[in-house]
Design a protein around this ligand. Structure first.
Ligand code: C2E
Ligand code: CA
Ligand code: CA
Length: 764
């Protein structure tokens, strides 16, 4: 578990105080203890001396008694006559006079003859007497009847040795108390080994408790009131006295330790006061340090949960805390600004500063939630990839930035979705003329790095919530409408339900075509349509046309899937396939000895694709064919819409020997005068002018004019869509160079073409 600062501070202080107090107490105890021990040792030394002295005194007294007694006439006579009552009377009288406890007369076989004491009885054999005589000693200590007695032996020789006389003193309480007063220590007389108390100045229970206790009382016993705070020592009574008992001296230390205990209590009291002070101190420190630290922690936690504010309520007195608080404050500031930045980035498109898709989704959802009506306009920059390719990414970016700036001047919310797709949400539905104005503003060429970049946009309009009420639906419908707009080339398309079917068809065409191109398939094939030279009336060329039979979709007309392939970025693959097939077939026919050329259709993107065009050259070279064998058809619009790169490529390929024809002439706006400056030698009049040429005077007039002008500009003219003989004759009559149409032949497979070539009057 973690501690707070004040807890740890408090604990450290307390620990210090406790250690200091214990050290002091220990020191005091040690000195007090050694003082007491020294004292008791002195007591014991004294006690031994005193004891010796007492014994000596006693012996003196007894000696004098025995002298007096043995010299007494009465006694001698009584002994001599063996007059026992007289002996007893004499002994009693002496005993009371001399204050001895024991006087006994024993005969030579140590049987008591006369005794003045309750200890010895007449007729009893005295072991003590035996022991003294055996040892040849005059004096000794004995335990008799659980009493300690000092006995002296005297020989009664009247005139020869007739009796032994034992005179003794009992070590009774009185004597012991006298000793106690002298040595100032309690005395315990006990039997060795068994520790049976014989006599003591103490209470017997206390004495035996003390004897059993091995150790001196501890500091705890002394300080916290064990009642028996005695120190005890064995007294070694010296000299030649043999003691049949243990003598233990016990010194009550209560008094000696009294001073010590009061010191202890004083120390404890001081320690307690010191602890209280420590508590106060740590609380004070806690207020000054841990409170601000806790405030900082709280502030940092607030920051973590996204709330910002002042770190400290009031300035701290501590420098470090203030510095820390300042650091937290500046951290907050930078987090705040970073968060702002991140939030901005999360909602905005970095390039244009418009909102991004995420934001728009949320915004749209909230609009729908509050039942607002909005008009969502998806603006797509047409050919934005081409802008990047042609002018570089920097200019591409500048174009988008410029569009964003223009759009931001309009009321409403705008966002960039991806690439050249911008979303504009208006609360007031824009009418068609307003939309057109917006379009014109946006389509102003963008000036970037001294280049004017042309911009073409298309608008997809979805009205919400009628057309879409959630963002998923919205984006799906935007895709549908935008796709339709791009596909049809309309500048503005409103959402309609039928767009969904067309969109779905385009979607499945894209999916299927992708799959077909990725696999080894026989879904795609090439057919060839003969073109007849009107001077010789013989076939001079074949137009290569692609066919697609899909198992799901059935026959898909080339106009339809080619346009979709162009928009889906699949055209390069399609053209590559067509190139390979056509050149293989051409090589085949050349092998068979046919001399006609082949016309291949290229789409807009193909003419701008350098890699593709250089592959074309490689393929031809591989088959040993020259560029003159190939004619390339491009539509008029390809050259008008954008120009520079296409024309550059065109010029390059023409220099290599390729021929270009302008397809579908008359459907666009270009004039023959304009085409004259291009590296183009041939024009194909669009079949819409030829199909009813025989009957339609209007068409006749146009075709006639075109033919006359073409001859002036020295352009070769091909008429496609010739379905009848009359038209063919007219064209021939007006000097048209080449004719192509169902009247001559429908597009044919390679095998059928061989038959046709052999059988048709137009065949080679
Ligand atoms: P296009 O290049 O103008 O091709 C001529 C179209 O007119 C062909 O249609 C052809 O079958 C048709 N046609 C020729 N003579 C007559 C006639 O007498 N009467 C009628 N009604 N039609 C006639 P198709 O094959 O359906 O091709 C349509 C368009 O598909 C082509 O128009 C061309 O733009 C594109 N296309 C076809 N094959 C390819 C290809 O391999 N590559 C590319 N990029 N486009 C292709
Ligand atoms: Ca063509
Ligand atoms: Ca055509």
């Amino acid at each position: 578990m973690q501690k707070t600062l004040s807890q740890s501070l408090f604990q450290t202080l307390i620990l210090g105080i406790v250690i200091a107090s214990l050290l002091i107490i220990g020191a005091v105890w040690k000195s007090a203890n050694s003082f007491v021990v020294e004292n008791i040792d002195q007591d014991i030394a004294l006690a031994e001396k005193v004891f010796d002295k007492v014994v000596e005194d006693r012996q003196e007294v007894i000696k004098s008694v025995s002298n007096v007694l043995s010299r007494s006439f009465d006694f001698r006579r009584a002994v001599g006559t063996q007059d026992l009552p007289s002996i007893e009377a004499a002994l009693t009288s002496y005993a009371s006079r001399l204050n001895t406890d024991i006087i006994a007369l024993v005969n030579l076989d140590h049987t008591v003859v006369v005794s003045h004491s309750d200890i010895f009885e007449a007729g009893q054999q005295l072991q003590s007497s035996v022991a003294l005589v055996a040892k040849g000693k005059d004096s000794g200590f004995f335990v008799v009847n659980d009493k300690l007695v000092q006995l002296n032996l005297y020989r009664v020789e009247i005139p020869t040795l007739r009796y032994y006389m034992l005179i003794g003193v009992e070590f009774d309480k009185t004597l012991l108390n006298e000793l106690k007063t002298l040595i100032d220590a309690d005395i315990i007389v006990s039997q060795p080994k068994t520790n049976n108390i014989i006599i003591t100045t103490l209470d017997a229970a206390v004495a035996s408790y003390l004897l059993d206790k091995e150790e001196d009382p501890s500091w705890l016993d002394v300080t916290f009131g064990d009642e028996l705070t005695y120190f005890k020592r064995n007294a070694n009574i010296s000299s030649d006295i043999h003691l049949p008992v243990d003598i233990t001296l016990a010194v009550d230390t209560t008094v000696s330790f009294d001073a010590f205990t009061s010191i202890q209590i004083t120390i404890l009291a001081f320690a307690l006061i010191a602890m209280l002070i420590a508590l106060g101190l740590s609380m004070l420190l806690a207020r000054n340090v841990s409170q601000p630290v806790s405030n900082l922690v709280a502030a940092v936690n607030r920051v973590a949960s996204g709330k910002y504010g002042a770190t400290l309520d009031k300035p701290s007195k501590l420098k470090e805390i203030t510095e820390l608080a300042n650091a937290v404050d500046s951290m907050q500031e930078s987090i705040k600004s970073r968060e702002k930045h991140i939030r901005y980035q999360a909602q905005h498109d970095v390039l244009t500063g418009l909102y991004n898709r995420n934001y728009v989704e949320d915004y749209f959802s909230s609009q729908m939630a509050s039942s607002n009506t909005v008009q969502v306009i998806a603006i797509t920059v047409l050919g934005f990839r081409t802008i990047n390719d042609l002018y570089g990414y920097q200019n591409g970016d500048n174009t988008l930035k410029a569009l964003a700036q223009r759009l931001q001047r309009w009321p409403g919310t705008s966002a960039r979705l991806a690439g050249g797709e911008i979303l504009y949400i208006s609360h007031e539905p824009l009418q068609e003329d307003q939309l057109n104005t917006l379009r014109h503003i946006l389509e102003q060429p963008v000036e970037s790095n001294l280049i004017a970049i042309p911009v073409k946009i298309t608008m997809a309009v979805v009205n919400c919530p009628i057309d879409a009420s959630n963002s998923e639906e919205l984006f799906r419908k935007i895709n549908i409408v935008t796709d339709e707009a791009i596909h049809t080339g309309a500048w503005c398309v409103n959402y309609r339900t039928e767009l969904e079917d067309r969109y779905n068809r385009r979607l499945s065409i894209t999916t299927e075509l992708k799959r077909a191109l990725a696999s080894q398939q026989d879904e795609l094939s090439m057919v060839y349509q003969p073109k007849v030279d009107l001077r010789t009336m013989k076939v001079s060329s074949m137009e290569a046309l692609i066919r697609w039979n899909n198992s799901e979709l059935g026959f898909v007309p080339p106009d339809e899937f080619i346009t979709i392939a162009e928009q889906a970025g699949l055209i390069e693959q399609v053209t590559t396939w067509v190139m390979q097939q056509t050149i293989t077939d051409l090589a085949y026919f050349r092998n068979k000895g046919f001399n006609f050329t082949v016309a291949m259709n290229l789409s807009t993107q193909d003419i701008q694709n350098k890699v593709l065009l250089s592959n074309l050259v490689t393929l031809l070279t591989e088959k040993g064919l020259s560029p003159e064998a190939l004619e390339l058809e491009i539509t008029e619009s390809d050259l008008v819409a954008d120009a520079s790169l296409a024309i550059e490529n065109l010029t390059e390929l023409t220099a290599r020997g390729f021929h270009f024809a302008i397809d579908d002439f008359g459907t666009g706006y270009s004039s023959l005068a304009y085409l004259k400056n291009l590296p183009v030698k041939t024009i194909k009049i669009d079949k819409s002018f030829i199909l009813s040429l025989a009957s339609d005077e209007n068409d006749q007039q146009i075709v006639h004019t075109v033919l006359s002008l073409a001859s002036i500009f020295n352009l070769k003219v091909v008429a496609e869509g010739v379905e009848d003989e009359t038209s063919l004759d007219i064209l021939k009559g007006w000097g048209c160079d080449v004719a192509q149409g169902y009247y001559i032949s429908r597009p044919l497979k390679v095998a059928d073409l061989e038959t046709w070539l052999r059988n048709s009057p137009f065949g080679e």
